[in-house]
Design a protein around this ligand. Structure first.
Ligand code: AMP
Ligand code: ZN
Length: 494
C-alpha cells in the first residue's frame, strides 16, 4: 500500500468533521451506497451521485485498498413521497404501463447499467436486490420485534421510534434533529393511520389484495420497508459494522437515520464509521428530480436533443464537468458550463498528448515527485477532484515549458510523470479521453459551422431554395439544425 494511504481524510457527515480514514480491517474497506429505485430512467442528477461514488471507489483502489463496494437495486418497498401510505413506485409504474413489476425492474436496471457504462463507471463488487433478500429482511423484522423496538398492527410492522429514543439509543444522531422537535413540528396522525406515532416507520407493510408484489410472512402477505432493505443488505455483505456508507444528501433523513436506528436496534452498535453524502445536481437552480419533471436524461446530452443545449456533449465531457466540482458542492447544469468544461477537457487532452513527445535532458530542473504529490494531496483532502484537475492543468503548463526548453526533464522523470498522469486520469477520474471521438466531434463542429454560415448567407439574400436544401439534406443524414436566440445549433438524431 502506498504512502499516500495514511493521510486520506474524509468528511464524515455523522461527526461534521474531516477525519483520517482508519479501516476496520487493515488494507480493506467495506463501502455501501444506496442504489437507484428502478421505476424510471436515471436522470443526470442520479448519475452525479453514482459518478461521485465511482471516484471514491476508484481512488480507494488506486491507493491500494481492497474494496468491497456494495450498491443495491431497490426493486420493491420504496413508496411514493417516501410516505408509509404511498403506493409502491414500481407497482404503480407496472399498473400504469400494464406490465409485470419485474418487467419495470428489468427495463430500468438495464437502462441504469447502460448509462453508467457510458460514463465509464466501474461495476460494484456486489449489486444485491431487495427482492432477493426477503427472507433476511423478515428475520430482521422478527428480531427487532423481539428486542422490543417494533410492533405489529393489522399485518404491518412499524419501528417504534419513541421507545427506541427512550432506551439507551437516540433517534436523530445523523441529521442532528431532536425527536421532541420532530414531534412538535409534525401534524397529528390522520385518523386512518395505524401508527402509534408519526415518526414510526414501516419495517413490513401488509399487501392489500390487489397489490402484486407480495411475500408470505409471520404477519400475513406483505412486502418490506425501504429503509430495512439497506440495513439488511449492508449488514449481510459488509458485517454489523463497516467503514463507509454513502448516498445523496437527500437520503440523509429519514432514510439513513432510520438505517442507523434499525441497525442499533438489531446489533446495539453504530453500523457505519464514515457517512458520505454527495450534493445535488441542479437545473435552473432547483434540484433535478424525477417527481418535479425538472431533470435531463443523459441521452438528451449525448445527442443534444434537449432544448437547453446548443449541441451534443460526450459522456466524457459531461463527467469532466461534474468532476470539476467537489462532490459536497451543489452543481448547476447549463449549456455555458458544459461548453466551458468541453474547452477545458480538450485543453487537458491536448496537453497530455504532448508528454510522449517531450525532449529528454540529462538532468531535471523541477522536482517531479513534488508535482505528483500535489495530485495525492488533492485527493487525500476529501477526494477534492477540482483541485486535482487544477493540478493536472498546472502539469500541462509544465509540459509546455519543457517543450519550449524553459524547463528540463530526464527520460526517467518524463516516464514517471506520464505513468502518474495516466493513473489519475484513467484510473482515478475514470475518464476515457477518447481522442478519436473528440477529434471527430471537433471536426464535425467545424464543418457544421461552415454549412450554418452558408445557410445564413442564403437566408439573408432570400435564397430560400439553397437554405432549405442545406437544412433538409442535413436532416436526411441525421443532423437536425436548431435555430435559437443565440444562433443555430444542431442535434444528432440516432
Ligand atoms: P433514487 O432512485 O430516487 O432513490 O435516487 C438514486 C440516487 O440518486 C440517490 O442517492 C439520490 O440521493 C441521488 N439523487 C437524486 N436526485 C439527485 C440530484 N438532483 N443530484 C444528485 N443526486 C441525486
Ligand atoms: Zn439505502
Amino acid at each position: 500500500m502506498g504512502e499516500a494511504t495514511s493521510s486520506l481524510h474524509i468528511f464524515n457527515s455523522l461527526t461534521g468533521k474531516k477525519e483520517l480514514l482508519l479501516p476496520i480491517t487493515e488494507n480493506h474497506i467495506g463501502m455501501y451506497v444506496c442504489g437507484p429505485t428502478v421505476y424510471s430512467n436515471v436522470h443526470l442528477g442520479n448519475c452525479r451521485t453514482f459518478i461521485s461514488f465511482d471516484l471514491i471507489f476508484r481512488y480507494l483502489k488506486h491507493i491500494g485498498y481492497s474494496v468491497r463496494y456494495v450498491r443495491n437495486i431497490t426493486d420493491v418497498g420504496h413508496l411514493e413521497f417516501d410516505e408509509d401510505d404511498g403506493e409502491d413506485r414500481i407497482s404503480k409504474k407496472a399498473r400504469l404501463d400494464g406490465i409485470e413489476p419485474m418487467e419495470v425492474v428489468q427495463r430500468y436496471t438495464t437502462d441504469f447499467h447502460k448509462i453508467l457504462d457510458a460514463f465509464n463507471t466501474l461495476p460494484p463488487s456486489i449489486e444485491p436486490t431487495a427482492t432477493g433478500h426477503i427472507v433476511e429482511q423478515i428475520e430482521h423484522v422478527k428480531k427487532i420485534i423481539d428486542r422490543g423496538f417494533a410492533y405489529e398492527i393489522n399485518g404491518s410492522v412499524y419501528f417504534d421510534v419513541i421507545k427506541f429514543n427512550n432506551s439507551t439509543h437516540r433517534y436523530g444522531v445523523l441529521s442532528g434533529r431532536k425527536l421532541e422537535d420532530m414531534i412538535h413540528n409534525t401534524r397529528k396522525l390522520s385518523s386512518q393511520s395505524e401508527k402509534k406515532s408519526p415518526q414510526d416507520f414501516a419495517l413490513w407493510k401488509k399487501a392489500e389484495p390487489k397489490h402484486i408484489m407480495r411475500w408470505t410472512s409471520p404477519w400475513g402477505d406483505g412486502f418490506p420497508g425501504w429503509h430495512l432493505e439497506c440495513t439488511t443488505m449492508s449488514s449481510k455483505y459488509l458485517g454489523e459494522q463497516f467503514d463507509i456508507h454513502g448516498g445523496g444528501i437527500d437520503l440523509k433523513f429519514p432514510h439513513h437515520e432510520c438505517e442507523i436506528a434499525q441497525a442499533k436496534a438489531l446489533y446495539d452498535k453504530s453500523p457505519v464509521k464514515t457517512w458520505i453524502h454527495t450534493n445535488m445536481l441542479t437545473l435552473n437552480g432547483r434540484k433535478m428530480a424525477k417527481s418535479t419533471g425538472n431533470n435531463i436524461l443523459p441521452s438528451e446530452l449525448f445527442d443534444g436533443s434537449n432544448e437547453l443545449l446548443s449541441k451534443p456533449f460526450s459522456a466524457d465531457v459531461v463527467k469532466f464537468f461534474m468532476l470539476q466540482a467537489h462532490y459536497r458542492s451543489v452543481l448547476d447544469l447549463s449549456n455555458d458550463a458544459l461548453e466551458a468544461a468541453e474547452k477545458g477537457y480538450n485543453r487537458l487532452l491536448n496537453g497530455i498528448k504532448m508528454i510522449a513527445k517531450l525532449p529528454k535532458s540529462n538532468e531535471s530542473s523541477v522536482d517531479i515527485n513534488a508535482a505528483i504529490q500535489t495530485f495525492y494531496d488533492a485527493m487525500n483532502d476529501d477526494f477534492n477532484s477540482p483541485v486535482l484537475i487544477a493540478e493536472l492543468f498546472e502539469t500541462v503548463k509544465l509540459i509546455h515549458r519543457v517543450n519550449h526548453g524553459e524547463e528540463k526533464l530526464t527520460a526517467k522523470d518524463i516516464d514517471t510523470l506520464h505513468k502518474s498522469i495516466d493513473g489519475f486520469i484513467y484510473d482515478v477520474l475514470g475518464l476515457t479521453l477518447d481522442a478519436s471521438l473528440n477529434e471527430d466531434n471537433a471536426l464535425l463542429d467545424k464543418a457544421l459551422d461552415v454549412l450554418i454560415e452558408l445557410r445564413n448567407e442564403a437566408r439573408a439574400s432570400k435564397d430560400f431554395t439553397t437554405s432549405d436544401r442545406i437544412r433538409d439534406s442535413l436532416f436526411k443524414k441525421g443532423i437536425q439544425l436548431k435555430d435559437g436566440k443565440d444562433g443555430t445549433g444542431y442535434i444528432l438524431m440516432s
